[in-house]
Design a protein around this ligand. Structure first.
Ligand code: NAD
Length: 513
């Protein structure tokens, strides 16, 4: 087993300074382009072999990786273990198993009129892609994206959030594979460095972060015609009907709202409960929420960790204050225990209105607003009114109803009788609609997002002149008219009719002018 020391990889000059200069950014891209040219000579199975080494290293050292994540984010140790470590290993395993099938050349149907030819699609790497990631899951979001990009054959320039850079951790892990180390460059800095990297014309930008920054990147990228994937914020709803198992659903709501201290793009930020069970559901939430354990000496036994950044504590407290001023009732929590340690007590709120920031904007903290609803139509209108549309969950014993609601929700993913679980399956694409962005990560769509398709039409060598080539003649024109009628207007025996007209056209085409 290799030893693990977080200073093993020597920092480069550019990674030492606070922000990268434009020239340093260009230099990094030049090096990444050279690495990409080298990577082109490796097959997919060779790339997979490199990723397996990295997977092994993570497996052997995950407790130390968790130490680093917890130290920087303040999150609960179990959150780091389950969402970051398990999530990364699960994603890597999926890529190892499924990428050969997803990336293999694909034969597609060739129409009868192109008889004798073959049609194929190649999925080719893009080049040097830029990955920009946020602070809430600093290991999972960054690592899953860059491994996907590498497996698809790309070189990567990766910039973590300045708030959770996990300095030297990625370099250390990637040094297990010298190929991955040279093809994946980690750059530190804030949005200023991010902008300079965008100006280096990456082949694609894979951005995960806030809607506000996503818009800026899109504008900057548009000027250079760079494609962008945007994985942005959310305001996810959980919809609970009257026929649910109460204890399980209450437990699901608490976890969905509070895991990672609510700092998840797909956290439950609006809980809609059917009128007939609203009071009992709220009472149980009120009983259970204070039982959750907040602990800074967490050895895996704390439920709730700290908030990661001071500014997010301020956003949460501001939203709560504004909501209370407009009539909201805080039933549990509502306070920050200690601004230094950033512990916010899990908070239960009711009497909320759509006009409150707490109901409109992303909260990204341990706050659960609960809303009463009476009918399917009413709840759908409320949920879909949001500017966001990342994911949602529907809870009911009536599967027909649950699926009907899932179809009508304007979001990218829906968990039925579970919460935040579409992310738990690496085969399912993840991504939003509306202000939650577009594009998909994970699943086959997520891997193909790091490729471009190349269409191949294969014909054999022969002396044959194609019917649609010159010379154009009146006779050929008349035969083409017949061909169109045979192919698109005939209901019966069209293949036979097409074959007959086609062979006359072929014969005609071989005649010299
Ligand atoms: P952010 O937008 O502030 O920053 C994200 C990254 O972009 C950081 O690395 C940052 O340095 C960089 N950046 C900032 N300005 C830039 C610019 N002008 N040009 C280039 N790069 C720039 O987001 P954040 O506060 O770090 O993350 C929280 C947000 O991320 C929340 O809104 C959350 O919902 C969202 N998020 C979305 C998903 C998803 O999959 N949809 C997942 C996790 C987090």
């Amino acid at each position: 087993m290799q030893t693990f020391s977080l200073k093993k990889v020597e920092p480069t000059e550019s990674s030492m300074s606070n922000e990268m200069t434009p020239d340093q950014a260009k230099q990094i891209f030049a090096e990444a382009h050279a690495a990409f040219n080298l990577l082109k000579t490796y097959t997919l199975s060779q790339r997979i072999a490199q990723v397996k080494k990295v997977k092994r290293f993570i497996l052997d050292h995950f407790e130390k990786i968790i130490d680093k994540i917890v130290e920087e984010t303040g999150k609960a140790r179990t959150d780091a273990l389950v969402s970051e470590i398990f999530g990364v290993l699960d994603h890597i395993e999926y890529l190892i198993q499924e990428s050969p099938n997803i990336l293999k050349e694909q034969t597609v149907k060739t129409p009868l009129l192109l008889l004798g030819k073959k049609s194929t699609i190649y999925h080719e790497p893009l080049g040097v892609v830029l990955i920009l990631s946020p602070w809430n899951y600093p290991f999972y979001i960054g690592f899953t994206a860059l491994v996907s990009a590498f497996i698809a054959g790309n070189a990567v320039v990766y910039k973590p959030s300045e708030h959770t850079p996990l300095m030297w951790l990625f370099e250390e892990i990637l040094s297990t594979s010298s190929l991955m180390q040279s093809c994946i460059r980690v750059v530190y800095g804030s949005g200023v460095t991010g902008q300079r990297l965008v100006d280096c014309h990456p082949a694609k930008i894979f951005f995960t972060g806030s809607t506000k920054t996503g818009r800026k990147i899109l504008e900057q990228a548009a000027r250079q015609v760079i494609p962008v994937e945007l994985e942005l914020g959310g305001k996810d709803a959980m919809i609970v009907f009257e026929d649910v198992h109460l204890d399980r659903t209450v437990a699901g709501a608490l976890w969905g709202a509070l895991t990672n201290c609510g700092q998840s793009c797909s956290a439950v930020e609006r809980l809609y409960v059917h009128n007939s069970i609203f009071d009992v559901f709220l009472t149980r939430l009120k009983e259970k929420m204070p039982l959750l354990v907040l602990n800074s000496q967490d050895r895996g036994d704390a439920d709730i960790g700290a908030m990661t950044t001071d500014f997010q504590v301020d956003v949460v407290l501001h939203q709560l204050k504004e909501a209370q001023e407009k009539g909201a009732t805080v039933l549990v929590g509502g306070e920050c225990l200690n601004k230094e340690t950033r512990f916010i007590v899990p908070t239960l709120v009711t009497d909320v209105q759509d006009s409150m920031e707490l109901m409109r904007d992303e909260t990204f903290g341990p706050v659960l607003p609960v809303i009463r609803f009476h009918t399917e139509e009413e709840v759908l209108q409320h949920v879909n009114r949001s500017e966001y549309g990342l994911s949602a969950s529907v809870w009911s014993a009536d599967m027909t109803r649950a699926k009907r609601i899932a179809r009508r929700l304007e979001v990218g993913a829906v968990s039925i009788n579970n919460v935040m679980l579409t992310e738990g399956n690496p085969a399912l694409p993840f991504g939003g609609v509306k202000n939650s962005g577009y594009g998909r990560s994970k699943g086959a769509a997520g891997l193909l997002a790091f490729t471009r398709s190349k269409s191949i039409l294969l014909d054999k060598q022969s002396a044959k002149i194609e019917a649609n080539w010159y010379p154009y003649t009146r006779k050929k024109y008349a035969l083409f008219v017949k061909l169109i009628q045979a192919r698109f207007a005939s209901r019966f025996f069209w293949p036979l009719k097409v074959a007959l007209v086609g062979s006359r056209l072929e014969k005609e085409a071989q005649k010299p002018r």
